[in-house]
Design a protein around this ligand. Structure first.
Ligand code: SAH
Ligand code: DHB
Ligand code: MG
Length: 224
């Protein structure tokens, strides 16, 4: 099995099931033009996020890790009227590209990007007692995944979905002795999931255009 075959199947699925979308395609081009890394979710993953938000009926979405706003647009398009999305990003350069893409997608009124270290912003959101979110998508620096999970828990309510990207990383998650802080962050994240009585969790491996990776999904069942 090869990346080439996985990518071919991803392209097939996307061609069959995801109509051409000039806004999303332009967003990716703006990312490349600005020199951003191509580490956005794949189109079929973006659509999965969109559908999960719809299934959840999410009217408040929190994203941790904006990059150029590609996943942000997929998620924000699932919001009902009156809904909103907050996305956390440490890089001003990334946030500027994302804001432009979100503007071109006609979503500026519903998306707020907060620039700063996400760990700090999460603390601030909790201290400010913002309304809880219905869906949290964790996709920033993997080293801080445990911190992001703890932050997400403070901002969750009954039924909140917490989704974390890149939890497999070519199987590296299995390397308990890894000196890679990303691997250790993800392993600690799973320990927290496993020990958290307020969450019902699973994780799924994926192959495709992004290689061999995976995502975890948790439902917050409370109590708050
Ligand atoms: N969700 C995006 C991809 C995000 S890539 C998509 O699929 O389209 C990860 C992003 O997290 C990068 O833009 C990176 O700058 C940001 N990031 C890294 N460390 C961070 C931190 N400490 N706080 C907030 N954002 C961070
Ligand atoms: C990579 C992929 C991601 O989805 C991400 O969030 C960060 C990094 C990568 O392929 O390196
Ligand atoms: Mg990711």
């Amino acid at each position: 099995m090869s990346l080439e075959q996985w990518s071919a199947v991803d392209s097939y699925f996307s061609e069959m099931l995801i109509p051409a979308d000039p806004v999303l395609e332009a967003a990716l081009k703006h990312c490349t033009d600005a020199g951003l890394p191509s580490i956005n979710v794949a189109p079929n993953q973006g659509k999965l996020l969109h559908m999960l938000a719809q299934i959840r009926g999410a009217s408040r979405i929190l994203e941790i890790g904006t990059l150029g706003g590609y996943s942000t647009i997929w998620l924000a398009r699932a919001l009902p009227p009156g809904g909103s999305l907050v996305s956390l990003e440490v890089s001003h350069v990334h946030a500027d590209v994302a804001r432009k893409n979100i503007e071109l997608a006609g979503l500026s009124d519903v998306v707020t990007i907060i620039v700063g270290r996400a760990a700090d912003t999460l603390e601030k959101l909790a201290a400010d007692h913002v309304e809880p979110f219905d869906l949290v998508f964790i996709d920033a620096d993997k080293e801080n995944n445990p911190t992001y999970l703890k932050g997400a828990l403070k901002l969750s309510q009954q039924g909140t979905l917490i989704i974390c990207d890149n939890v497999v990383r070519k199987g590296r998650v299995m390397d308990a002795d890894s000196s890679d802080p990303d691997v250790q962050g993800t392993r600690r994240f799973f320990e927290l999931l496993a020990a958290e009585p307020r969450l019902t969790s699973t994780a799924i491996q994926t192959v495709g255009i992004k290689g061999w990776d995976g995502l975890s999904i948790s439902i917050f069942t409370g109590p708050r």
